[in-house]
Ligand binder design. Structure first.
Ligand SMILES: [Zn+2]
Length: 231
């Protein structure tokens, strides 16, 4: 008898608590912005950078790099990134003449023996949850043809300073895309420069793994920007 009275009291307490919550003004509830992103990984990415003495960079660069690091961490962790990359199919830069090899060559794309599924690129790109990306920002003189570079299976990304302007729309998002592209090179994927002509695939975002990963990061960031999840 005593036990059921206690239970009744508990139910009353819960009902009272719920009622109180429902009476709270809507403005008091924080919008669950981050929970709009569904994660399939828990990536912990650190981006470190150096700036050569002759490079021209905005005074706010450090904040922009931190923001780009945060964006890339979110994208690489997300289901959106995985799902978009899984939809695609790329040429495999295993056809390069270089002998440098830092990842598993996995085939399984739709062009027999020549292409890889987006899943293979995804698996080679993010084998570890915790990793870092090292960047050197340099003055590239009058050459404004490339945002930067990285060697296949290398350790460091080079970013050219000419496009790092505060006036650049969504600079952190552009940096996130650019570093994702270069990091794909570090994970072993090349452009078709040294590939026999019969295997060349160009810079199509649906054929080249590095352009593809950069494009997928852009697609995800654009989607989140349009949804008001990020700025
Ligand atoms: Zn590239």
């Amino acid at each position: 008898m005593k036990k059921s009275l206690y239970l009744l009291l508990m139910i009353f307490t819960v009902v009272a608590a719920c009622k109180k919550k429902s009476q709270e003004p809507v403005e008091d509830i924080d919008p669950p912005v981050v929970s709009n992103i569904e994660n399939v990984k828990d990536i912990k990415l650190t981006i470190t950078y150096t700036v050569t003495s002759d490079a021209n960079v905005p005074a706010t660069l450090n904040d922009t790099v931190k923001k780009a690091q945060d964006l890339l961490t979110k994208v690489f962790s997300s289901k959106d990134f995985r799902d978009e990359l899984y939809k695609r199919n790329f040429h495999d830069s295993a056809y390069s003449k270089s002998t440098s090899n830092c990842f598993n060559r996995v085939y399984g794309g739709t062009v027999v023996g020549r292409s890889i599924a987006g899943k293979a690129v995804y698996d080679n790109l993010l084998p570890n949850s915790t990793f870092s990306i090292a960047v050197n920002i340099r003055n590239n003189g009058d050459n404004t043809t490339t945002l930067g570079s990285a060697s296949a299976c290398g350790t460091r990304i080079t970013t050219n300073d000419y496009w790092l302007k505060i006036s650049e729309k969504r600079l952190a998002q552009r940096l996130a895309r650019h570093w994702a592209h270069e990091y794909t090179h570090i994970r072993g994927y090349r452009h078709d420069t040294n590939v026999a002509s019969s295997y060349k695939w160009g810079s199509d975002v649906n054929q080249d793994p590095a352009y593809g990963v950069g494009d997928v990061v852009g697609v995800v960031l654009d989607k989140w920007t349009a949804a008001g999840i990020i700025k």
